[in-house]
Design a protein around this ligand. Structure first.
Ligand SMILES: [Zn+2]
Length: 118
């Protein structure tokens, strides 16, 4: 799967905005559109930044995949700021829990608790 560089610009209203540059495939980006993301208190105490990721908030940067590949070997998937992929909440269809990115088994489409019970 080809990876691209994406620019993230998440509007938080009066509090400001969050931005970032990150690497992902087109499929990964498509998957998070319309999903809820929780960033926590990233804009100061009690700021509790969260919201639904909109298509207009993620823009593909015109940079060829070979260059993306090379730089990502050095910088990893998040080049600067916030990578929305790390903040998505997934709802487990089995137990109904909303879990964080790393607690969700994307292959099975279940939270890790439920996927281990199978
Ligand atoms: Zn579950």
């Amino acid at each position: 799967m080809e990876q691209y560089l994406w620019k993230f610009d998440f509007d938080c209203g009066r509090m400001g905005s969050l931005d970032g540059l990150f690497i992902a495939t087109e499929k990964e980006v498509k998957n998070i559109i319309g999903k809820k993301a929780y960033f926590g208190e990233v804009l100061g105490k009690h700021s509790e930044v969260y919201g639904v990721i909109k298509e207009t908030e993620i823009e593909k940067v015109d940079l060829d995949s070979a260059a993306v590949e090379k730089v990502s070997k050095i910088l990893g998937k998040t080049w600067s700021g916030f990578n929305p992929l790390n903040y998505i909440k997934y709802e487990c269809p089995n137990c109904g829990e909303e879990v964080h990115n790393e607690e969700f088994n994307k292959e099975k489409g279940l939270c890790w608790n439920c996927s281990e019970e199978e």
